[in-house]
Design a protein around this ligand. Structure first.
Ligand SMILES: C[S@@+](CC[C@H](N)C(=O)[O-])C[C@H]1O[C@@H](n2cnc3c(N)ncnc32)[C@H](O)[C@@H]1O
Length: 271
């Protein structure tokens, strides 16, 4: 039986339902494949050789598998029964079993990760958009990190140009959905739950002055959002040009503050 608190019950149900088709959807979506590669390239710039990783909202463990193959030890956490099940299938035996450990745990209850310190905390693809206040998660980071440990959070920000231009197609609620102060109902596999959008400033504020900012980048600014997967499938060459534009401008202000996601990386200074 799951030990997940009631506030995340629908999140658990939705992602558990999605967990069985998650890897196929991910690998067949050209934009998600490109975005995941961008995130990995970014993480590799900040990850040191022997770093141990705590991954929160790790889903089915797609990135965990990648970083374990790079030689890192990684502790994966997620709240969804289905996602945990998928990770157990992937990692409980075989060549990566020594590198990857799995624990069912909400990122609002990271005190359940006991007696462990890590060099790197990683959250990919908007898991943190499921919490209303990032401090409910980041308050645990100092206890979990070694001095000079790094944090890399990939989160959906309020400004997404591909959604805003939907205004011209009369899709008003999609165009402005990220601006709602009290969040927006997401629908994953027919199950609804509240989601919230955070700017780079919100993210840094939640980390507090115990952290120094290392980098802010956009992810998917001129590239159409992953849900518009017909565009890369019909116009692959054009999409590659948009990918290249993104790769050039992703770190430049103010472009680095907007997009489908942003990647915020910071270093823990210690107490
Ligand atoms: C869009 S998926 C991203 C999964 C993975 N990071 C990836 O890149 O494929 C979002 C994940 O966040 C997880 N999640 C949502 N709320 C959570 C919470 N409170 N604690 C831990 N994980 C959570 C979901 O179960 C889901 O696996």
């Amino acid at each position: 039986m799951s030990s997940i608190s009631d506030s995340f019950e629908n999140v658990n149900k939705a992602f558990s339902r999605q967990s069985e088709i998650y890897d196929d959807y991910d690998s067949n979506n050209p934009t998600l494949t490109w975005m995941r590669q961008q995130v990995r390239n970014h993480v590799l710039k900040f990850l040191r050789k022997e770093d141990t990783i705590l991954e929160i909202n790790s889903g089915t463990g797609i990135d965990a598998e990648y970083f374990a193959r790079q030689g890192h030890k990684i502790h994966c956490t997620d709240l969804s029964d289905g996602m945990i099940e998928q990770m157990k299938i992937k990692f409980s035996s075989g060549e990566l079993a020594e590198k990857v450990t799995v624990q069912q745990c909400s990122f609002t209850e990271l005190d359940k990760v006991q007696n462990k310190k890590f060099d790197f905390i990683f959250s990919n693809f908007g898991g943190l958009n499921c919490v209303d206040d990032l401090k409910k998660v980041t308050k645990f980071f100092p206890e979990l990190l070694n001095k000079n440990g790094r944090v890399c959070l990939v989160i959906l920000p309020p400004i997404c140009p591909w959604e805003i231009i939907q205004l011209f197609r009369g899709k008003f609620s999609l165009a402005f959905r990220r601006f709602h102060k009290n969040g927006v109902l997401a629908n994953v596999e027919g199950i609804k739950f509240q989601t919230y959008y955070f700017s780079a400033n919100d993210i840094m504020k939640s980390l507090s002055n115990k952290f120094d900012l290392l980098s802010v980048s956009s992810l998917g600014l001129s590239t159409p959002i992953p849900q518009m997967d017909k565009i890369p499938k019909r116009f692959p060459k054009f999409t590659k040009v948009l990918n290249k534009i993104d790769e050039k401008i992703s770190g430049i202000y103010p472009f680095n503050r907007m997009g489908d996601h942003i990647i915020v990386t910071a270093v823990y200074k210690g107490n």
